[in-house]
Design a protein around this ligand. Structure first.
Ligand SMILES: Nc1ncnc2c1ncn2[C@@H]1O[C@H](COP(=O)(O)OP(=O)(O)OP(=O)(O)O)[C@@H](O)[C@H]1O
Length: 313
């Protein structure tokens, strides 16, 4: 049966992970659909690595369940894991092996048939720009190339899903650009989850962002939607009292900006612009300005994680 474009590849429900008294991940739900590049964004200690370890079957959840392509990680771990490639935060590279030896070793760990290994090696090296370094010792490669090797081991068994934990940490700016474009290329043929605490990285590479704070998903939107309005600026020839604006459907509160203008904060998922226009017409306020105020992803990120950022500082 062919895969439908909105096929769910990872479904995590109610994931909880405790380390003693610390609740690192707290009731996390996640759905990953075929073709997505999803960014898990959060400050240090938010629970990204713990989440990824649970999604890849490298750490047992204290509660909750993960299904990969409908296969339960708990009930059929081998089958479920075969659908996933994983680059942990500390890449599992062996400095004393050559790139070819190492990737061949990884292929055998995935129990690939001997006759398929040469082709898998060639395509993983091609996809990761490693074509010329097959006989070099991994330990002698630059950090950027070592990270490519880490990504190559994640895709060697041709999994549909690739999970990359902080893939650009410790790289210089040029290496970061190279790895980001490699991930974007990877996203054309794989479904990808990557974690990062770097906002521009998520914006550059991902099509959906999940902000994780204190082990909870606090935001989950397409990157293209991250300019959604959360406040409205309006102005009137005959301005009302702020409290009158605050009484309009969908409005949370109104602050006076002067010259008959107001900054109106909106309730979650509400867009009160139409109601403001209607109230202005009905009460003859003389509406002369009405527009949504955009928030950047950075403002959303800081707002949603400011407690964690303060704790990390
Ligand atoms: N093995 C462990 N034992 C005890 N506490 C842990 C362990 N691993 C993680 N934690 C704690 O769980 C919380 C989440 O950690 P996690 O590594 O998942 O966060 P993260 O978002 O990946 O952060 P970072 O980017 O710093 O790795 C933190 O408070 C961390 O101290």
């Amino acid at each position: 049966m062919g895969a439908s474009p909105d096929e769910v590849l990872i479904e995590a429900r109610g994931l909880i992970r405790r380390y003693g008294p610390t609740v690192a991940v707290n009731n996390l739900d996640l759905t990953l659909r075929k073709g997505e590049i999803v960014g898990l964004l959060g400050p240090n200690g938010a629970g990204k690595s713990t989440t990824m370890k649970m999604l890849t079957g490298n750490l047992a959840p204290s509660a909750g369940e993960v299904k990969i392509k409908g296969v339960s990680l708990r009930e059929q771990p081998k089958l479920a894991k075969s659908h996933i490639g994983y680059l942990p935060e500390q890449p599992p590279v062996y400095p004393e092996l050559t790139v070819d030896e190492y990737l061949r070793f990884c292929a055998s760990l995935h129990r690939m048939a001997g006759k398929d290994i040469a082709a898998a090696l060639a395509s993983a090296k091609r996809d990761c720009g490693l074509g010329d370094v097959g006989s070099r010792l991994v330990g002698n490669l630059s950090k950027g190339y070592q990270q490519r090797v880490g990504i190559a081991q994640a895709i060697i068994h041709r999994p549909p899903v690739v999970i990359l934990d902080e893939p650009t940490v410790g790289l210089d700016p040029i290496q970061i650009r190279e790895i980001r474009s490699l991930i974007a290329e990877l996203g054309k043929t794989h479904t990808v989850i990557l974690s990062s605490h770097i906002l521009p990285e998520i914006q550059a590479v991902c099509d959906r962002v999940m902000i994780i704070a204190r082990g909870l998903v606090v935001y989950n939107e397409p990157v293209a939607n991250t300019h959604n309005q959360s406040s409205v600026v309006c102005g009137f020839r005959r301005p009302p009292e702020a409290v009158q604006l605050a009484g309009i459907d969908g409005v949370d509160g109104a602050s006076v900006l002067g010259d008959g203008r107001f900054l109106v904060s909106t309730r979650k998922n509400a867009d009160p612009r139409e109601a403001i226009a209607a109230a202005a017409a009905e009460r003859n306020w003389g509406l002369i300005e009405l527009h949504a105020q955009q928030r950047t992803l950075e403002e959303i990120f800081v707002e949603l994680t400011s407690g964690d950022l303060r704790a990390a500082a």
